[in-house]
Write a protein that binds this ligand. Structure first.
Ligand SMILES: [Zn+2]
Length: 301
């Protein structure tokens, strides 16, 4: 079963809800990366957030990259998403395991540490949009809320959750964003805050097999709303042998010289999906020559 995103808006246009069951996405990430319990929660939350944020992109070719550069033991986290909420991601160290935090939860904040969070949106313009905000807790959801407040001036509630079993496998994951729209009715703020508190952990509700519709009904309790769309989401990489070949063939002269001198096939492993590619020096040099003749890639595909 794929993941799913559903989106709803209040009847008066004051607030929108983007909610997802990302269990399948996080399970696939577990299969690919073989993560520790703590890292399943770290990457699972980051992937879920990226999926939600990606679904707010406007166009088919737009992408969003969510990057955490914290000083915690897991190093950097990189997740990339598209406008349909499809995502991929990895962390520098997927094996980090920490004792539970003071609330007895997986210590996501401890693994991520403090530093900066980057949101890079490629909207098909000459330059990408880059937003930066501080990592306030490393728990991911609070950091996303901070980003929306600071960089996009959009009051946002973000909730993310990942449940992990004894075998380090995710059995429930999900999240939501509630965003106040320009000119929102002040009176709904208190109602939403109360509803969010009453609703509690989204991953627990998903583990209890509650539907996204029922969770949304709780979050918008007392407020008129309607769903306006939904779509399936997936863990999707999209790397190809051709893309890797062209990026290796485009390396600097000295790098290519170094590779040629080794006289061994050049190996590349995709950080997002784990696929391995191998290229002979001969085909790298041929591709390099072709790229020189037709720098825009014409005639090479
Ligand atoms: Zn890949």
């Amino acid at each position: 079963m794929p993941g799913v995103i559903k989106r709803a808006i209040t009847k008066d246009g004051s607030a929108r809800l983007i909610i997802t069951d990302s269990t399948d996405i996080v399970k696939k990430a577990c299969d690919i990366h073989g993560m520790s319990k703590t890292m399943t929660a770290v990457l699972g939350r980051a992937l879920t957030a990226t999926s939600l944020m990606g679904s707010l992109l406007k166009d088919r070719d737009n992408t969003i990259t969510l990057q955490f550069r914290g000083n915690g033991p897991c190093g950097s986290i990189v997740c990339v998403g598209d406008y349909k909420g499809n995502v991929k991601g990895y962390c520098d160290d997927m094996t980090v395991e920490l004792p539970p935090n003071s609330q007895g939860k997986l210590d996501v904040g401890g693994a991520v540490g403090r530093g900066s969070m980057y949101v890079i949106k490629d909207l098909g313009m000459a330059e990408p949009y880059i937003g930066v905000s501080p990592i306030v807790s490393g728990e991911i959801a609070e950091d996303i809320t901070e980003y929306y407040a600071q960089s996009e001036q959009t009051p946002t509630v973000c909730s993310l959750g990942v449940r992990v079993d004894r075998d380090n496998m995710c059995y429930a994951a999900g999240g939501y964003l509630i965003q106040l729209m320009p000119g929102y009715d002040e009176s709904i703020v208190d109602i939403l805050e109360e509803n969010v508190k009453k609703t509690g952990s989204i991953s627990r509700l998903i583990a209890d097999k509650m539907s996204l519709e029922d969770i949304a009904a709780g979050l918008f309790d007392g407020i008129g709303y309607e769903f306006f769309d939904e779509f399936d989401t997936d863990y999707h990489c999209g790397c190809t042998r051709e893309k890797y070949l062209r990026s290796i063939a485009g390396l600097s002269d000295s790098d290519i010289k170094g590779l040629s001198e080794k006289e061994e096939p050049v190996e590349a492993v995709c950080s997002f999906c784990g696929k391995k590619y191998s290229f002979s020096i001969k085909e790298i040099l041929e591709t390099r020559e072709n790229m020189r003749k037709a720098p825009d890639g014409a005639g090479n595909e």
